[in-house]
Design a protein around this ligand. Sequence first.
Ligand SMILES: Nc1nc2c(ncn2[C@@H]2O[C@H](COP(=O)(O)OP(=O)(O)OP(=O)(O)O)[C@@H](O)[C@H]2O)c(=O)[nH]1
Ligand SMILES: [Mg+2]
Length: 471
Amino acid sequence: MSASELQETLPLLNVSVVGHTNTGKTSLIRTLLRSTQFGIIEDAAGTTRHVEQATLAVDNQPILNLYDTPGLEDSRALYAHIRNLQAKSKSMSPVQILKNFVEHIAIDDPLEQEAKVIRQVLRSDVLLYIIDVREPFLEKYRLELNVLTLVARPIITIFNFTAENPQALAKWREHLAVYNIHTTLEFDTVAYSFEAEKRLYQKIQTLVDTHYVALQKLIDYRAKLWKQLCHSGAKRVVELIVSVACHREITTESSKLLPDASPEERLHDFVRKVEQQCLHDLLSIFSFSEKDVEIQKIPVTNGHWELDIFAPGILKAYGLDVGSAAAKGAAAGAGIDLMVGGLSLGAATALGAIAGAGWSTFKRYGDEIKATISGNKFQCADDATLQVLYLRQKYLLQKLMQRGHAAHTKVRVDKMDNEKLPDSWSKLISMLRQNPMWVVPSIARNNNPHYQVVENQLIAALLDQENAVIN
Ligand SMILES: Nc1nc2c(ncn2[C@@H]2O[C@H](COP(=O)(O)OP(=O)(O)OP(=O)(O)O)[C@@H](O)[C@H]2O)c(=O)[nH]1
Ligand SMILES: [Mg+2]
């Protein structure tokens, strides 16, 4: 039997999340499961009342069980009780004493909650001990650790709320070293990073060598999933940019006489609608809801960005250069460009593109040229509109990628970060505008090498991996 086959026959690894009440134990599990459905989270002591299990699997093969436990509330009474038992039965090992304690606890005993935790701890291979680093090393933690270390299980301390008190970590490490606990990890369950999640599994791996191969599988699988998730999110944003950049509203001489919405209005409505769809899709890709957007103070209400994409001042709000010619138009709320063969009408006329178009130009841009000559007009979203679309969807994407699945009311970032446009923005947009048939997804489009370049470069820019792209 090979090492990996041998490991597959091993029982599942049991990992319990323990700690003082209200430190974020349930939050940690939610974030690891990427689910807002697990357990109950509240900013109050004693929220979790029973041990609850969740399983992490690789392609339906379970790898480890995670157990959420009630918070330890009365560490002082627990410690005193165990000391008492130790004094009474000097010949018993610490583990025997703890077993004795959980076996004989009465249903309505004041330490019943603590007994549930200890019972679970005794069944575990590894303990994740969660600490709220905003708190000093109080006596309750010292007493808690005195009891937990009696079980002689490997302990990984998870520093939670780190974003709010990074200076406290060194002190906490010193205190924990006294208990021979040297394995610590910063894992803020609200400000998520996949790297921190990966390091958690790696730490378990070093502590429980027997499950090394299974845990490596889990690490690789979770990394793959995370990459796919981010890629899908970025791809969805690219689809939005493509659908708007390639979209054209046509105005014919006769349609101008109709009382319907003007092409400008139709274009605006189209852009608003597709942006809203993208927002909705991004939330579901990352298993979030509109409530999460609200909590994160992303400026969205009822599925719409609070600042309308065509509102005056939008460019400034997104840090765009309002001095540039294109931007001036959009700042005034135009957001429209007249297109001839991928150039704006003004530029095309200046270049003589209409009057002196050769056959190849005509073949490629014939529709636009014919439309222009016959008095019809194609109208497209202008560059500034596309820039705002890109920037705010990138902002949303980045926020969702960094958000843990723990309900939470405080906000870390509520202003636009310094998101920037991709280096080759103009080139990419001009390529899209010249290919209006890319407006809807198709196999031909997706296999087109030019389309693939545009898509890959935009995805890389959205994920801040521009330098990794080889053109
Ligand atoms: N700012 C911030 N808040 C957090 C973090 N983790 C958890 N919280 C909040 O802390 C509160 C408690 O979180 P829970 O996950 O319910 O804590 P618990 O340890 O399971 O609590 P009990 O079940 O009562 O022992 C909730 O309001 C969470 O939103 C974090 O990393 N940062
Ligand atoms: Mg809980």
